[in-house]
Design a protein around this ligand. Structure first.
Ligand SMILES: NC(=O)c1ccc[n+]([C@@H]2O[C@H](COP(=O)([O-])OP(=O)(O)OC[C@H]3O[C@@H](n4cnc5c(N)ncnc54)[C@H](OP(=O)(O)O)[C@@H]3O)[C@@H](O)[C@H]2O)c1
Length: 305
């Protein structure tokens, strides 16, 4: 059901991607799509937030204010997942400050990473991250880019047993490492796998997504816009009219709905420093999704541009 919402009406007049009808902009107030974390009773909202580069800012209010607004849009829209890492410069500290200062009933699902060689170095980095994130429990801890994977996964398991971490996983972001990821998920029990997948980069459909579904591993999708490159590819191009058939009203929603419609996808983490883009991305987790036939039409359309 669509309902006119004043805040989103105002935002929508300047946003790129809300439903426009009869000269008015309407926001989709339907609940965000959730997906289960396999093996647990917990569900996650399909659209989350990445923080690489965009949250690497100092404490100046002018830089922090839009990021605070991004978090508010995420939570207002029913999202919760925030993905960060110690290698994203000041991002963990910014997330920690802003989440601690949030006056919002919504709950954040915090994901971060460890990238270190050896157990002591890993533990030191994790202790710093807990301090920066201002938390006693991190929801998801991931071995970043398969660095010292065996050792760091062992450390993460110990911390999970101590109740400091709720879920563990590993990450990468390039197709050339998907075979390595396949080996690790077959070899080592884990809760989540994070990897790259997008409408123009569909390698994960061949092995990683079906394998995670088979093994009961949750998936977190990074680089859904190929770091913004997808928007440059469609600049000045109109959305096809049939996108409205699955409640899609912007290119951002087009790219995200393609991913969200894959049943093995648990959570997608597009990065943004722009609250209007966050609102746009949130809309992708609401309303209809393309079916299998429409998904083929979608990637053929993008491939043809
Ligand atoms: N190895 C790893 O573990 C790994 C590697 C890569 C990424 N990641 C994670 O995945 C996250 C996402 O990947 P990414 O940051 O590389 O790139 P991405 O999410 O594919 O693209 C981000 C870019 O898209 C733009 N954007 C976002 N929403 C938009 C919208 N609705 N309309 C127009 N432009 C929009 C952003 O600019 P604006 O700020 O202007 O919105 C930004 O430049 C990272 O932040 C990180 O958390 C993990």
């Amino acid at each position: 059901m669509f309902r006119l919402n004043r805040r989103e009406f105002i935002a929508g007049t300047i946003a790129t991607g809300l439903l426009k009808t009869g000269g008015l902009t309407l926001a989709d107030d339907r609940p965000m799509l959730h997906r289960s974390i396999p093996g647990s009773a917990e569900e996650l909202p399909i659209i989350g937030l990445g923080t690489a580069r965009v949250f690497n800012v100092d404490a100046s209010p002018g830089l922090r204010a839009p990021l605070k607004a991004v978090l508010k849009e995420l939570l207002d829209g029913g999202g919760s997942v925030i993905d960060t890492a110690p290698s994203y410069g000041m991002a963990e500290g910014v997330v920690g400050d802003l989440v601690a200062g949030l006056d919002h009933p919504g709950k954040v699902f915090l994901a971060t990473k460890v990238a270190a060689n050896g157990k002591e170095a890993g533990l030191r980095q994790i202790q710093n991250s807990f301090k920066d994130l201002k938390t006693g429990v991190v929801d998801l801890y991931q071995v970043h880019n398969l660095r010292d994977t065996k050792q760091q996964l062992g450390l993460l398991r110990e911390l999970r047993e101590e109740g400091k971490i709720r879920y563990i996983g590993v990450t990468h972001y390039v197709d050339s490492q998907h075979d390595e990821l396949v080996d690790w998920v077959r070899r080592e029990p884990m809760d989540f796998l994070q990897f790259n997948y997008s409408i123009a980069g569909r390698t994960a459909e061949r092995t990683l997504l079906p394998l995670c579904a088979d093994l009961g591993i949750a998936t977190m999708i990074n680089r859904p816009f190929q770091r913004g490159r997808l928007f440059r590819g469609v600049k000045g191009k109109a959305l096809p009219e049939w996108a409205a058939d699955f409640d899609c009203h912007s290119w951002g929603q087009f790219f995200l709905k393609y991913i969200a419609a894959h049943p093995a996808v648990t959570s997608i983490i597009p990065a943004t420093a722009n609250p209007k883009h966050m609102l746009d991305n949130i809309q992708a987790g609401k309303g209809g999704l393309p079916d299998a036939r429409q998904r083929v039409k979608m990637f053929q359309f993008v491939d043809s541009l």
